[in-house]
Design a protein around this ligand. Structure first.
Ligand code: BGC
Length: 446
């Protein structure tokens, strides 16, 4: 059955600064923790770094032009903090200029700019002063955010304070797979708390500008957790993993509390929560204009005696992407129903969804990424169905516009609907880009 998307539904694409810009030491930019991490032996696939990546810093005009060709209505990019503040308290107009030019270019092509303030690239100067473990990081972030609002505020349609606090805390400070690569649960919880707190204070500052028709929110990545069997143990394990990965971020933002069940479990490992001060949770649960959700996959969970948190991930039976992630659009559907039921009625944007596949450039210069089209179609069909049920999803940002530096996987994973030949920097529209173009034009999904 064919379903129509409303005329004001935003069809977008998403990227992030370190993953696409390159030009890491131009115009006054100083390193971020990802520059250091990616250059540390063994941290990324084949030692890949974001030094050049897609060279978007120099090719943004061409990239915006390609967006125009596809008919994209909104573009979500992120701002590199260390371009704007290469040192503590020192504003760098040259770094800002790049984003001003980008935004002007987008507006000229009728593409709505959507900016993320933090997509994991913490400046090294901030890291050297304790990074997210230092409560002052909240002040540094708010200073940066306020300056960016001052410079760009009115021309950006949607603002996102943080991208995926789960990744910049748990994955970065506990699991060690993202920069700065620490492995300490207490640190991860402190980082998460300060990141969320900086969100609250930033939204408060944003309100003071009184921009008309400009909105602000946060993007949380959610991984629906399903028990592998119906056993009580596995059901409990799935619920713990849900608290650890999802509720730890949703509850403070929407309920001004951390989940009690999880607190009990964490307390056995980290002793106390003295980094949470009176009033913090009120700040964190500030009113947002929208919620951004990044959804890629679900996880299947089993009880595990050997793990700290007593759960482990197991393999399910659905087909998988190149990331080894199961393809389960139904889980996105259930997730949105749950959010509406348990958390919030504010507008939702899917700020990321997409897939990496083994894309090949044919001799005729084409990339026939049929599997990606199928992935996108199935997820977008769920989004359309959810809206038919009144779930108020206002837009969809496909990850990603262009192949890019996929963090610890370097250039081994391609998520783009535009193929990049990294040797020549040539861009080639994949078949999925033409499919998306058609969808945007017709607004009908089948
Ligand atoms: C991140 C992106 C990343 C994508 C695919 C999301 O978690 O926001 O930066 O490239 O997933 O792994």
């Amino acid at each position: 059955m064919a379903i129509n998307f409303e005329n004001d539904f935003l069809f977008g694409t998403a990227t992030s600064s370190y993953q696409i810009e390159g030009a890491v030491d131009e115009d006054g930019r100083t390193p971020s923790i990802w520059d250091i991490f990616s250059k540390t032996p063994g941290k990324t696939y084949r030692g890949d770094t974001g030094d050049n990546t897609c060279d978007h810093y120099h090719r943004y005009k061409e990239d915006v032009e390609l967006m125009g060709k596809i008919g994209i209505g909104a573009y979500r990019f992120s701002i590199s903090w260390s371009r704007i503040f290469p040192e503590k308290g020192k504003f760098n107009p040259k770094g800002m200029e790049f984003y001003k030019n980008l935004v002007n270019e987008l507006i000229a092509r009728n593409i709505k700019p959507v900016a993320t303030l933090y997509h994991w690239d913490l400046p090294v100067w901030a890291y050297n002063m304790g990074g997210w473990l230092n409560r002052d990081s909240v002040k540094w972030f708010v200073e940066y955010a306020t300056k960016v609002f001052e410079e760009l505020g009115d021309s950006v349609r949607l603002w996102i304070t943080h991208n995926e606090p789960l990744c910049s805390s748990i994955f970065s400070y506990y699991e060690g797979k993202h920069a700065p690569g620490h492995k300490d649960l207490k640190e991860a919880l402190i980082a998460a708390h300060h990141i969320l707190l900086s969100h609250g204070y930033t939204v408060e500052e944003f309100r003071k500008f009184n921009f008309k028709n400009r909105e602000i929110g946060i993007t949380i990545n959610l991984i629906p957790m399903y028990p592998a069997t119906k056993s009580k143990e596995d059901i409990k394990a799935a619920s713990i993993s849900d608290s650890h990965f999802n509720r730890w971020f949703l509850d403070p933002v929407f309920k001004a509390s951390y989940p009690e069940d999880m607190k009990e479990i964490y307390k056995e490992i980290i002793a106390d929560f003295n980094f949470v001060e009176d009033g913090d949770l009120q700040k964190i649960s500030v009113k947002n204009d929208f919620l951004g959700i990044n959804y890629y996959t679900r996880e299947l969970i089993k009880f595990s005696q050997d793990s700290d948190l007593k759960f482990k991930k197991v393999h399910g039976n659905f087909a998988r992407t190149e990331m080894d992630w199961e393809i389960v659009p139904e889980a996105l559907y259930d997730l949105i129903l749950r959010l509406r039921d348990e958390y919030t009625k504010i507008p939702i944007y899917i700020t990321e969804n997409g897939a990496a596949f083994d894309d090949r450039l044919s001799r005729r210069g084409e990339v026939r990424d049929i599997k990606r089209i199928d992935y996108l179609k199935r997820h977008l069909l769920k989004v359309a169905r959810l809206n038919q049920k009144g779930m108020d999803i206002r837009g969809y940002f496909l990850w990603s516009l262009i192949d890019n530096f996929e963090w610890q996987y370097g250039y081994s994973k391609r998520f783009g609907i535009i193929y990049v030949d990294y040797k020549t920097q040539e861009r080639i529209l994949k078949k999925s880009a033409f499919w998306y173009k058609d969808l945007i034009k017709t607004r009908i999904i089948k």
